[in-house]
Design a protein around this ligand. Structure first.
Ligand code: SF4
Ligand code: SF4
Length: 430
């Protein structure tokens, strides 16, 4: 039972001295926090960005995490983990806007609160615009893992990733990638797949692999809802904008890249979407929350200490509390958050419950469950058609890779297996 553990907290004894109180509580041994040191503030104006619209939640705010919140965050996060590894995740908005001094302080705080035998890892998602030698030197010295947002080669990247003046940002982001490489900083590419680059899967993938030399890539589908009004003025209808990737387009995108990857890149190029799905075929928990059976272990921390159920649910309805008033672990372990987590499984559509790929997909992320299935009920995932096509297409090679891994063989052995099978098929067809 991953949620269950005995928890200790400080209380006061009758004489006014501090004592350790044990309590039976349901709290996870580890959890993930997406912290936003600048809230949703950003120096770019990417057309599809949903964070920018979140500024409405904090009217008049400076969007700067204070030292008080910063210290409380590190102290509570490190203190609450019962594992030997703690991940501190920074994102935005754009976290570089908070300045390098803030992150030097992060390292000081981590040294102050780190428990013996615990390893602290920092991850940092950025658009790359402000990166220079000093930032990269800092990242290298402190072993930060960087997530660099990039949507493909120049034309495809610049379609939506623009600065405040409406200019494309490709050159600046590519320069940032080169700087990271020069300084030997590990980075992942985070590629938002939209209506434009979604039609050019191999161009996008080959650019990252061959021209940029990126080894770790994650593709994130852009699904922007229209119609209706959410609590923060965000759309909450069942339609999507023209910029959004279409479900069938998403399926083809994954399939085309998968076919190239599985033929020649397994073990040398890492596509997190494929690794995350393969975990399902292995019957294991993967690294991607979207394919997990439940949610709840990844909260969002705003600049002022407010905690929400998930980065995709930063809405008043999903507000859990503030870490300056309530320990973060109590918010993560709260009944509301557990209910949020269980809802992913308990609110599956009928199509999902009858789906052959349920154990792999688990209905994907609840934020995308807003369409009515043809002839069926509500709550189906907008991307379902694409996922079904991809899972059906990848099923056989995924089973082969899962079989190899179960026998302690490297998954990359699939490449010669598939090559031999292709030769046989071709000789039969001749
Ligand atoms: S709501 Fe979506 S993004 Fe958030 S934890 Fe669940 S699957 Fe992950
Ligand atoms: S592929 Fe579609 S029906 Fe199947 S589990 Fe995923 S979202 Fe549900």
């Amino acid at each position: 039972m991953p949620w269950q553990r005995e928890r200790s907290r400080f209380g006061k004894n009758a004489a006014g001295g501090y004592i350790v109180e044990k309590e039976a509580a349901t709290a996870p041994r580890a959890f993930h926090v997406m912290a936003k040191p600048t809230g949703s503030a950003c120096n770019l104006r990417c057309a599809y960005c949903f964070f920018l619209k979140k500024e409405k939640l904090y009217p008049g705010s400076s969007f700067r995490m204070s030292d008080e919140v910063h210290e409380a965050y590190i102290r509570q996060l490190v203190g609450a983990h019962l594992t030997d590894r703690v991940t501190v995740a920074w994102q935005g908005g754009e976290p570089t806007l908070r300045g390098l001094a803030f992150f030097r302080r992060t390292i000081e705080l981590q040294r102050k609160y780190r428990k013996e035998g615990t390893r602290i890892e920092n991850t940092f998602q950025t658009n790359g615009i402000l990166l220079d030698d000093e930032w990269c030197h800092f990242f290298h010295e402190n072993d930060f893992l960087i997530g660099l947002s990039m949507d493909g080669p120049r034309d495809l990247h610049d379609a939506y990733r623009k600065d405040r003046g409406g200019r494309g940002t490709f050159d600046r982001v590519e320069h940032a990638a080169r700087l990271l490489q020069e300084h030997d900083v590990e980075f992942n590419i985070l590629c938002a797949v939209n209506a434009k680059n979604g039609s050019h899967p191999l161009e996008v993938y080959r650019y990252f692999r061959d021209e940029l030399g990126a080894r770790y890539i994650q593709f994130i589908p852009v699904v922007e809802r229209t119609g209706g009004n959410g609590e923060t003025g965000l759309p909450s209808g069942s339609g999507v904008t023209d910029r959004s990737v279409r479900p069938d387009q998403w399926g083809h995108f994954l399939i085309d890249i998968f076919d190239e990857w599985v033929k020649r890149d397994v073990g040398s190029s890492f596509v997190l979407n494929f690794d995350g799905a393969l975990a399902g075929w292995l019957g294991m928990a993967g690294t991607l929350c979207i394919f997990g059976p439940t949610c709840g272990l990844g909260v969002a921390l705003e600049h002022n200490g407010d905690v929400y159920s998930c980065d995709h649910f930063v809405e008043p309805k999903y507000y859990l509390g503030n870490i300056l008033r309530t320990p973060m672990i109590d918010l993560v372990a709260s009944a509301r958050q557990q209910e949020f987590g269980r809802n992913k499984r308990e609110m599956l559509s009928r199509q999902c419950l009858e789906c052959d790929f349920l154990s792999i997909c688990n209905g994907e992320c609840p934020k995308n469950r807003f369409v009515r299935a043809p002839g069926g009920g509500p709550g189906l995932n907008y991307l379902c058609e694409g996922y079904r096509a991809f899972f059906a297409h990848a099923d056989r090679p995924m089973r082969i890779m899962a079989g190899l891994l179960h026998r302690s063989r490297p998954a990359s052995e699939i490449m010669p297996i598939l090559a031999r099978q292709r030769v046989i098929v071709e000789s039969v067809e001749r």
